[in-house]
Each structure stands twice: as structure tokens, then as C-alpha cells.
Design a binder for this molecule. Sequence first.
Ligand code: ARG
Length: 478
Amino acid sequence: MSHTEKPRAADVAATGGWSGRFAEPVSERVKRYTASVGFDRRLAQADIEGSVAHARMLAAAGILSPRDLADIERGLAAIRGEIAAGSFAWSLDREDVHLNIERRLTELVGDAGKRLHTARSRNDQVATDVRLWLRGAIDAIVRELVALRRALIDLAERHADTIMPGFTHLQVAQPVTFGHHLLAYEAMLARDGERLADCRGRVNRLPLGAAALAGTSFPIDRERVARELGFDGIAQNSLDAVADRDFAIEFEAAAALVMVHLSRFAEELVLWSNPRFGFVTLADRFCTGSSIMPQKKNPDGPELVRGKSGRVIGHLVSLLVLMKAQPLTYNKDNQEDKEPLFDTVDTLVDSLAIMADLVAHGLTANAQRMRAAALEGYATATDLADYLVRRGAPFRDAHEAVARAVRHAEAQGVDLAALPVAELRQFSPLVGDDVHHILTLEGSVASRDHPGGTAPSRVRAAAAAARASLPPHNATEE
Ligand code: ARG
């Protein structure tokens, strides 16, 4: 239909819930541009749950008749079934998930369907849906996070004695145990879990009742709806309730940190699986081959975890920019919150699950290669300096003496431990006959025997403490 023609009644009905106000239907391009049903249908179950709670409250307050409530509940249950079965006819003309479901409800149950939107707006409805959906998504992410933490703890315990070089500046620094290194990631993910739980508390507030922005003239009971939907309370200010998406932004921030942590681990796996390191072997199902180079085995799984951290960081920035300088209250801009949020959740769930599977079942540590690397970079030089300090040298003097000893050993192409005692004594008269004991890798890690240290006994204790902090097994992984 050209824009000069007068719209027919059927077209007007198709413009949405405001048709009487409009002289012509929305153009096809604008319809496609403004519709969100292509992606927000993912909120359908939350939308129905919210509508049921809203309708029950309206009926309890005497705003809806018991009969209307029964019709609405019946209709929504049928719609839930249609959506689950894939037979629901999503329509672009009905713009978004909310109008699609409401129109279908009216087709199914008549006038009761038209009464559902009493004391409600799509503004408080969509904010409620997103919060309900995100709450469930956070729980799913935390389950995957816990599975990865458990896998890290298990592997760390098995490698409490496995020695590898610890790095700073990617140069060999001091010997550490592989278990200790793995538990560093566990510690990061434990904090990520705390951040997500903290954020969930602020996600879990009910916007419904704010209506379009100012509240409603009907005698609603917001607390009742909050209880029924499992919210911790109501979003207090009606304007704020429909306007802000800070709950989504802080989720994005927590999610971005999860991905940043995973990206560091993924990057180490990529490095360690390179034959130059050879610290780990990754199971074939996490890798792919090359279409041209027959010898290649590429660590695609970890590489993509590393790569996908970029999109999640991008989504955080998207939402911050989306919200910046928006005048109160709801603006259509907010419709743009969904795709970044959905993609973030999908990316986190997949990345965490892949890393958990990899750590639990797909990673072989090559203790010999780790040990050989730890023996190469004068990793126990600090131990020698500490030894001289215990024998009376000021630390700075000890540091200088050992630095000269390292230079000497390097010129000979040998490790400090390969130098005879007499040769070492040239650099400090405090060097005793027992010096070689402290130059061993085992002696070095065992001496770091304090809370948070890399001594095998401390790593075992840290693993046990970390395991005790996890939620019970069956509560987190079904
Ligand atoms: N699809 C919309 C969104 O996602 C729903 C709310 C629309 N509200 C409105 N006043 N147009 O934000």
C-alpha cells in the first residue's frame, strides 16, 4: 500500500496497541526497524510468568473478575504450550514479545485478554521480563562457573607437587607448583561468583506497578506480585524502575571480568600447548586441524575463549553508551539492551562449559617438560639470596652476589646448582656446604610454606578450603 492511500481497518489494527491514534500504518521499513520480536521472543516464558502474577494480583484486588482471571490463566497456559511446541505464530506486525502474546491471548480467550494490560505498561513489563530472565541466566552461569572451579580444584590437587616455572614478564621467575597456578584461576573465578551473586540481588527487584512511568491509579499490590515472582522486593521509584538498566550493566561488567579471567587462562593453554613449552597436551576434541598443513593441531577451543572475551567486553561498553545521557524515563533505546545481554549469557555459558570440560577431561600436564623449564631460568636464584640473608648478609648485598653468580653460571651455560660449592663461594663467603639443598626446585617450593604460598602442603590445604567453599554438588549441577 502506498503512503498516499488511506489505511483500511485491518491495517490499522495491525499497527499495534495504539491504532486509533494513527492515520496510517507504520511503513514496512520502520516496522522491521523498530520490531524486537525477532530477538525478544526469548523472554516469552518470563513474559507469561509475569502476566500470570499480574493477573492474579488484579483479581485479588478486585480489578479483574475471577472468570477473567481463569480465562487469562487458561489462555496463557495454552500459549506457553504453543511456544514450547514451536507452533506459536510470531508476527512482525505485533512488534514484540509482549504484544504477540497479548494478541494471541485475546484470540484465544476474548475480552479477558484485553483486560490483562490494566494497570500495566510495556515499560514496566519489559523491565520485569528482562530481570526475570537475567536472574535465571545468572543462575545458569554460576552453575557453569562452579563446575569449572571444581575441575580446577581437582586438577590442582592432583598436581600439588608438580613443579613448573612461575613467570613474571613471561620470564622464568621462581618455581611454583602447577596446582598453585591452577588455584590462582580458581580464586579469580570465586570472586567472579561473588560479583554475580551480589549483582543478582539488585537484578531481583520488581519493576511491575511502575506502569508507563508514574505508577497507576488502580489499587495494586506490588509486594504480592514480587513475592509470587520470587523477587526480593520492589523497585521503589516508578520512574527509575522503567528507566534504568544499571542491573544489566553491572551484570555485563561481572561477565566481562569472567571472560577476561578465562582469556588469560586460555592464552596460557595456547602457549603451554605449543611444543616450545610442551607443558600441556590438549585432547583432540578441543582442537582442529589445518586444511593445508597436515601436521597442525590448533588449540581452537582456548583460542576462541580468548577471542570471545572481546565481544563480551564490547557488550559492556554498548550498554554503558546506550544508557549514557538518556533523559528519564523509558526510551526506545532501551530495547537495544537485549541482544548484547543474550549474547553475553550465551557466550559465558558456552565458554565456561568448554573450559570446565577441558580442565576436567581434556588436559594432560607434562610434568617432565614443566620441570625441565623450571631448571632453565635460574628460578632458584632468590632462594640462594634468601639463604645468604639467613646467614647474615643484608638482602641487597645477597641480591648482588647472586646476580654475579648467575652471570657467571650463564657464561658457563650451566645452572646455579651445577656450580661446585667452592665456585659459588667466590661470590659470597657465606656460602656453606649445605647450599645445594636450597638450590633444588623441591626445596624452593617447600620453603614457601605459609598461607597463600606454593608449598605442596599449602596447595593441598588451599584446594580443600576452595572445595569446601563450593555449593553442594547436586545443588549446582543437574
Ligand atoms: N520492545 C520494547 C523494549 O524492548 C518493549 C517496551 C516498549 N515500550 C514502549 N513504550 N514502546 O523496550
